[in-house]
Design a protein around this ligand. Sequence first.
Ligand code: IMP
Ligand code: MG
Length: 174
Amino acid sequence: MKEIIHEMFSEQEVDARIAQMGAQISKDLNGEPVVLICILKGASFFACELAKRITVPVYMDFMTVSSYGNGTQTTGVVTIKQDISEDIRGRNVLIVEDIIDSGNTLSGLVKLLGERQPKSIRLTTLLDKPSRREVEVAVDYIGYQIPDEFVVGYGLDYAQRYRNLPYIGAIEFA
Ligand code: IMP
Ligand code: MG
């Protein structure tokens, strides 16, 4: 089977959108520092580009999680495969995800990190597939809402490939 990638958002478009998001996040943080938690691997490109556009002090951290969820569960259960190194108690946190689909990963993460008693938790995702939602999650900053298509590039993968594409595209199996 052949894989064809159809460009959805160009690199220039994505970078410009992330600059807008960074400006809004900086404004909302009002001079206070933030611990930026990048959810590996998919959010890595987004998190780095976003961090460059945030003007308050940023502490970069990284986390690897796996999520299990099905239609009958109301909340996601996420397992930490690699934890952050910062202690987030009493600090502002920004969780950075590549894409929100069912919502299980983000809702589970908010619960898990909330137990560590940060001062605040904000959520951002580069992409959102609202039609796929199973669990309600309040995401503060969304790059783009997209239809139910499988997308790759700018950090997102299909079977670990295509992360390094500089743009975001929908994958077609022809
Ligand atoms: P959720 O827990 O269902 O919201 O899943 C979100 C995770 O599923 C993301 O962090 C991605 O790893 C993966 N995912 C969902 N849709 C896509 C897609 O279109 N392309 C690549 N990965 C996706
Ligand atoms: Mg992911």
